[in-house]
Write a protein of this length. Structure first.
Length: 424
RNA sequence: GGAGGGGUGGCUGAGUGGACGAAAGCACUGGUCUUGAAAACCAGCGAGGUUAACGCCUCCCAGGGUUCGAAUCCCUGCCCCUCCGCCA
């Protein structure tokens, strides 16, 4: 949610900045809503003030033992007029709130223009694209019988998977490794959180009301949803709170499954486990003082990068262009890992600074000097576990059909250095 | 699932339908005193909206209702606690 007060004085500027992300801010509608708001608020509050004054006078008169009947008569239809004004004001406010909730965050000045991911800008890269002296396979062929889509389809449907044996174990090892690294080396506190959240939580982080179709709702209960990312429960930990200044920064890491409808992606990434309705992710969340959030974005991104390096996976970092930027983010740096099976870089982490956009929706504040101020929130994948699994399989495959277990993962695999998966 | 008891500021906790955004204590901030600190004393101290400002408005879990007037009375929901039952 944008700052209403800022919007009031910089509406035209906001419209121009939002063009960077291809959002059309309706200045006329905004002006109309704002002027109605002002008129209705004034009318309502004037009537309230009048009612308060008269009621108070009745109280005083009664205490003195005077006859209050004439005073009550004087109130007349004030109550009805007030109810009427308030009803109109409430209706307008609902409309206004809906309008404001639908406005995405302002992109930072450093966000490059562009309409699609093709216009994202690479800012750095690490490692060389893996080369093979044999014909590399993709993760589906490497994993062989350890990946069962047919059974998953029978149980659940398309875009689900079942992993077995060493593959399931490798998946678990990746998550455990990431959690340990972030808690022991990067100063994050591990959180175990609910996988089902209410609508307010999703509203707080910005998935609702605009992206309802991408969420899995719980049947029979409009208010409950499966989490699309740990960002939702973890960031909402601070909803409706005023944190003491010395509590910041908060650094949380959480491993959860993520559930996404993947609406609008039919026919895309249908092979393998690149895009599923359910996948695991280790998520990093930071809550910081406003002046530190840009440094925090760099830091958080470097924490995610550290995982890729330790797993010996070549990657590049790109800044998302305006058109590719998520609704709530002011700036996002994606980490893309090299996938030999696809011959291209694919997103494996998305690190964003939301500034006070989420904090404003969540009413998450801290004590700053005399008063309170909204915190800044950030998050990033550290990393997506399923895609990390793909990357390990494809980058560390050997000519003899085995997969080398990177040294960092070996302690989590009882020292195993090579994996061999049964072929169908 | 059954029975009962509760939700009031950062915390504890008073609050009779009328001067209550709300006693008191703790915590916190400033001051006096002190070589310094502690103690004591004095003062300040919830959040949000709106306004150029004075001010006005809203908020005592949430939503309805009664009333000239609701923290207070009524209804519904949510959450917490205790006991019983069930359960991993």
């Amino acid at each position: 949610m944008l700052d209403r007060n800022y919007l009031r004085h910089h509406a035209a500027e906001v419209r121009d900045v939002l063009k960077v992300r291809g959002f059309d801010f309706d200045l006329d509608r905004y002006a109309a809503l704002e002027s109605s708001r002002k008129a209705l608020q004034e009318e309502t509050e004037t009537l309230q003030a009048e009612r308060n004054a008269k009621s108070r006078a009745i109280g005083v008169a009664k205490a003195r033992g005077e006859d209050i009947a004439p005073r009550i008569a004087e109130v007349g239809d004030l109550g009805r007029r007030l109810d009427d004004a308030r009803a109109r004001f409430d209706a307008l406010r609902g409309e206004f709130d809906g309008f404001l909730e639908g406005i995405p965050n302002l992109p930072d000045g450093s966000v490059p223009p562009g309409d699609s991911e093709d216009e994202n800008v690479e800012i750095r890269s690490w490692g060389d694209r893996t080369v093979f002296d044999f014909q590399p396979q993709d993760h589906v062929d490497i994993a062989g019988r350890a990946l069962d889509f047919a059974a998953a389809a029978r149980i659940s449907g398309a875009r689900f998977s079942i992993m077995s044996g060493d593959l399931a174990r490798l998946h678990r090892a990746l998550a455990a490794f990431m959690l340990d690294m972030h808690t022991r080396e990067h100063g994050y506190e591990e959180l175990y959180v609910p996988y089902i959240v209410n609508a307010d939580a999703l509203k707080g982080t910005g998935q609702l009301p605009k992206f309802e179709v991408e969420q899995f709702g719980i049947r029979g209960d409009e208010n409950y949803y499966l989490i699309p990312t740990a960002e939702v429960p973890v960031t909402n930990v601070i909803r409706d709170t005023i944190l003491p200044a010395d509590a910041l920064p908060l650094r949380y890491v959480s491993h959860t499954p993520c559930f996404r409808r993947e609406a609008g992606t039919y026919g895309k990434d249908t092979r393998g486990i690149i895009r599923l309705h359910q996948f695991d992710k280790v998520e990093l969340v930071q809550v910081v003082e406003p002046e530190n959030s840009w440094d925090a974005l760099e830091e958080l991104t470097s924490h995610a990068e550290a995982v890729l390096k330790r797993l010996e996976l070549p990657y590049r970092a790109v800044v998302l262009c305006g058109g590719d930027l998520g609704f709530a983010a002011a700036k996002t740096i994606d980490l893309e890992v090299w996938l030999p099976g696809q011959g291209r870089f694919r997103e494996i982490s998305s690190c964003s600074n939301y500034l006070d956009f989420q904090a404003r929706r969540m009413m998450a504040r801290y004590r700053a000097g005399d008063g309170t101020a909204f915190v800044h929130t950030l998050n990033g994948s550290g990393l997506a576990v399923g895609r990390s699994l793909i990357a390990v399989l494809e980058n560390h495959q050997q000519g003899d059909g085995t997969v080398r277990v990177p040294e960092a993962l070996q302690p989590y695999m009882s020292g195993t250095t090579r994996l061999r998966f049964e072929k169908p």
